[in-house]
Design a protein around this ligand. Structure first.
Ligand SMILES: NC(=O)c1ccc[n+]([C@@H]2O[C@H](COP(=O)([O-])OP(=O)(O)OC[C@H]3O[C@@H](n4cnc5c(N)ncnc54)[C@H](OP(=O)(O)O)[C@@H]3O)[C@@H](O)[C@H]2O)c1
Length: 278
C-alpha cells in the first residue's frame, strides 16, 4: 500500500534524496522547507504527488499548521522524516552562546516541534513510522564538533525514549546515523564555524576546519542510496531502533561500543563498589 511521507528540509541533500526515493516507490510526499518556492521547483515533475509546504522547523506553530495541511490533503501521515539540520562546527569555546542555541533550536528542538505536531495524526491512525536524523556524531564525539554532536546525542536520547512511549500506538521510531554523505552539509551554504579567535585554539581549529573543507562534496556516502534504504526500512515489519548508514558510520559506532564496554569492564569493581547495603 502506498504511503504518505512528511519530510523536513526536503529542498536539498539527504531530505531531497529521501523524497525522491519515496516518489520512485510510488508514495506521496509532503515536502517541507524554509523556502516553499524552491521546494515546488525541485519537485515540479511530481506535482500531483507532492504537497510543498513552507516550514522552518524552529517554528512550532507552523509545524502544527503543516501537519494539519498534510493530513487534510492526503488523509494521513505514514512516515515522518525529521531531517532538517546543519552543522555548527568549531571549538566549543569559539562558538558564541547564541550560535549554540540556534544549533539546538534547529537540530533538536526542531525535531521536537515537528514530532509534537505529527504524533496526534499518527496516534489517531494507530500507526506510523518516524525517522529521526541523528549522525554517527550522535553516538560518538568528534573534535571541533562538540555542539553539533550534543544536538545529535539529544536526538538519540529523545528518540530512544519516545520509541518506548509510542510503540503501544503502533508507531515505530528509527534513529538514522549517517557517516559522511555527499550533500551541502560541509558547504559554506550550510555549515557554520565558530566565530571566536582564541589564540590557544588557532592551530587546532584551523586544522579541523581544513579537514572538513577538504571533504566538502567529496564524501563517500550516496544520498540516493540512503533514500532507498529508508524506503526499505519504512516497509519493514520490524524496523531497527538504530540504522547506521555507510561503512564509516558502522566502523566508528561499533568501535565506540567496544570501547565503552571494555572501559566499563576495566572499572567494574569500582563501579559496583558504590552499591548500598540491602
Ligand atoms: N551529510 C552528512 O554527512 C550528514 C551526516 C550525518 C548526519 N547528517 C544530517 O542529515 C540531515 C540533512 O543534512 P544534509 O547532509 O542533507 O545537509 P544539507 O545538504 O546542508 O541540507 C540541510 C537541509 O536542512 C534544511 N534546514 C536547515 N535548517 C532548517 C530549518 N531551521 N528549518 C527547515 N529546514 C532547515 C536546509 O534548508 P535550506 O535549503 O533552507 O538551507 C536543507 O534543506 C541533517 O540533520 C544532518 O545533521 C548529515
Amino acid at each position: 500500500m502506498s504511503k504518505t511521507w512528511f519530510i523536513t528540509g526536503a529542498a536539498r541533500g539527504i531530505g531531497a534524496a529521501i523524497a525522491r526515493a519515496a516518489l520512485e516507490a510510488g508514495d506521496r510526499v509532503v515536502a517541507t522547507g524554509r523556502n516553499a518556492a524552491r521546494i515546488e521547483e525541485v519537485f515540479q515533475a511530481h506535482a500531483g504527488k507532492v504537497l510543498a509546504l513552507e516550514l522552518d522547523v524552529t517554528d512550532g506553530a507552523r509545524a502544527v499548521e503543516a501537519a494539519e495541511a498534510a493530513a487534510a490533503r492526503f488523509g494521513r501521515i505514514d512516515v515522518l522524516v525529521n531531517n532538517a539540520g546543519y552543522g555548527q562546527l568549531g571549538a566549543f569555546e569559539e562558538i558564541a552562546a547564541e550560535d549554540a542555541d540556534r544549533q539546538f533550536d534547529t537540530n533538536f528542538f526542531g525535531t521536537l516541534n515537528v514530532t509534537r505536531a505529527v504524533l496526534p495524526v499518527m496516534r489517531r491512525q494507530r500507526a506510523g513510522r518516524i525517522f529521526n536524523l541523528s549522525s554517527m556524531g550522535g553516538m560518538l564525539g568528534f573534535q571541533g564538533a562538540s555542539i553539533y554532536c550534543a544536538t545529535k546525542f539529544a536526538v538519540e536520547g529523545f528518540s530512544e525514549s519516545l520509541a518506548l512511549e509510542v510503540g503501544q500506538f503502533g508507531i515505530r521510531v528509527t534513529i538514522v546515523e549517517p557517516g559522511f554523505f555527499r550533500t551541502d552539509f560541509l558547504d559554506g551554504s550550510s555549515v557554520r564555524y565558530g566565530t571566536g579567535s582564541i589564540a590557544d585554539y588557532a592551530a587546532s581549529a584551523a586544522e579541523w576546519q581544513a579537514t572538513y573543507e577538504a571533504h566538502n562534496h567529496k564524501q563517500a556516502g550516496d544520498p540516493a542510496k540512503l533514500g532507498a534504504a529508508l524506503v526499505t526500512l519504512a516497509a519493514s515489519e520490524e524496523p531497527p531502533l538504530r540504522y547506521a548508514a555507510g561503512t564509516d558510520a558502522v566502523e566508528a559506532i561499533t568501535g565506540k561500543l567496544d570501547a565503552v564496554r571494555s572501559e566499563i569492564e576495566r572499572w567494574r569493581a569500582l563501579s559496583v563498589s558504590t552499591d548500598g547495603a540491602r
